[in-house]
Design a protein around this ligand. Structure first.
Ligand SMILES: CCCCCCCCCCCCCCC(=O)SCCNC(=O)CCNC(=O)[C@H](O)C(C)(C)COP(=O)(O)OP(=O)(O)OC[C@H]1O[C@@H](n2cnc3c(N)ncnc32)[C@H](O)[C@@H]1OP(=O)(O)O
Ligand SMILES: CCCCCCCC/C=C\CCCCCCCC(=O)OC[C@@H](O)COP(=O)(O)O
Length: 324
């Protein structure tokens, strides 16, 4: 009996001897089963020895994890309605990923965020893996500002919306500015939540950070709240989407001292933006040199905060608490 077809009637009478074709069919089945066993083995070997395959598997797992968790958690989050409280669920869902990927997170300066006042966080943006670092440090009442496209990612979009994530359309400046101004008004009026923005506006794995968009700085100035710059060390050692590399490694997250915006107005925003970017570029250069042996990152060597503190615009209060 082969695949439910009795050998005696397969092949039909009149063709070659039934015994030899029966043997042939058995061979096919054995080969088929062999192939089915070999495929996972080949996949395992490829995963072990082929960096590109390894990269795509890990990225696929990352995305599947996010989709699965969003699907599982959204119904629970929906019970609460749209609320920043749901960020805790997202956080809990993403926290285990670092263990699965063997990525060690080191956080420096977390004491800076232990304050009752509201603030805006600005952070460099390298890849979607940043989510793993974000959940290490994001304060309880903090929501990210994200591109509108995320909202259309099915359950992921719904989970984001339920968690109070603020969406902007990057290609419609007026709309985006309105959303940011509304966020500033809510911060001032309700005094309830912090905001996390990636001021580069897009993912960037180059050695230096992109020029900063100004929305985050207008937001902080309009709301008259301080800015906390956060810098993630480069992922080069363990992750690169260009080189299709994804291994285990260490990421250091440095929370820099706050930059005050009290008394500043929208005319100070360009200088404020540059001051904060420079401080972050300095921190990134130091981290690049120490974590990844890189000496060529943007303007290294002058020391964290040194330039930002020394060169800050007149009237711009910058609280230099480290290495002043
Ligand atoms: C378990 C399930 C889990 C699911 C998990 C999923 C979780 C996901 C959460 C993670 C979210 C991460 C998402 C990351 C992103 O999506 S990054 C992309 C979105 N972010 C940004 O784009 C950054 C914010 N962008 C800005 O701030 C821009 O400034 C913007 C407002 C969009 C305008 O951009 P653009 O025109 O390109 O450039 P400029 O910044 O140069 O601005 C141009 C002029 O406009 C003035 N401006 C800007 N903002 C304001 C403002 N708020 N008020 C007044 N004026 C403003 C700016 O000053 C420029 O004018 P001048 O040149 O100064 O005259
Ligand atoms: C019904 C539609 C179903 C669609 C399913 C989509 C599947 C997507 C799967 C997983 C999504 C994981 C999303 C993690 C989001 C991480 C945030 C992020 O990194 O966004 C990038 C954004 O900052 C900048 O975007 P660009 O660099 O400008 O690009």
């Amino acid at each position: 009996m082969l695949l439910g077809i009795p050998c005696a009637t397969y092949p039909p009478p009149g063709l070659s001897s039934s015994a030899s074709s029966c043997r042939g069919s058995m061979m096919e089945v054995v080969l088929l089963h062999g192939l089915l066993l070999l495929l996972p083995l080949a996949a395992l070997l490829l995963y072990r020895y082929n960096a590109t395959f390894h990269y795509f598997c890990k990225m696929a797992f990352f995305n599947c994890w996010i989709i699965a968790m969003a699907t599982l958690l959204s119904p629970f989050a929906a019970l609460r309605g749209r609320s920043v409280e749901n960020m805790k669920l997202l956080r809990a869902a993403i926290l285990p990923l670092k263990h699965l990927y063997g990525i060690k997170m080191k956080v420096w300066g977390s004491e800076h965020l232990k304050t009752e006042e509201l603030y805006v966080i600005v952070c460099n943006h390298q890849a979607s893996l940043d989510l793993m670092g974000m959940v290490e440090v994001i304060p309880d009442r903090c929501v990210p500002i994200a591109k509108k496209e995320l909202l259309y990612m099915g359950m992921v979009g719904w989970a984001c919306w339920l968690s109070g994530i603020i969406f902007i359309d990057r290609y419609r400046r007026e709309d985006a500015i309105n959303v940011i101004s509304q966020t500033a008004r809510t911060m001032r009026r309700e005094n309830v939540r912090e905001v996390w923005i990636f001021p580069e506006g897009t993912r960037n794995q180059d050695k230096s950070m992109l020029p900063f968009k100004r929305g985050a700085f207008h937001l902080a100035v309009e709301a008259q709240v301080p800015i906390f710059p956060i810098v993630f060390s480069p992922y080069w050692d363990f992750f690169s989407s260009k080189e299709k590399k994804f291994t285990s490694g260490t990421c250091t997250i440095q929370i820099l001292p706050k930059v005050e915006t009290q008394g500043l107005s929208s005319t100070d925003v360009p200088e404020l933006t540059e001051t904060v970017r420079q401080a972050m570029a300095d921190a990134l250069a130091e981290m690049s040199a120490s974590c990844c042996g890189d000496q060529s990152a943007e303007k290294p060597g002058e020391g964290l905060w040194t330039r930002a503190c020394r060169d800050r615009p007149r009237g711009m209060a910058l609280t230099c608490q480290r290495g002043d």
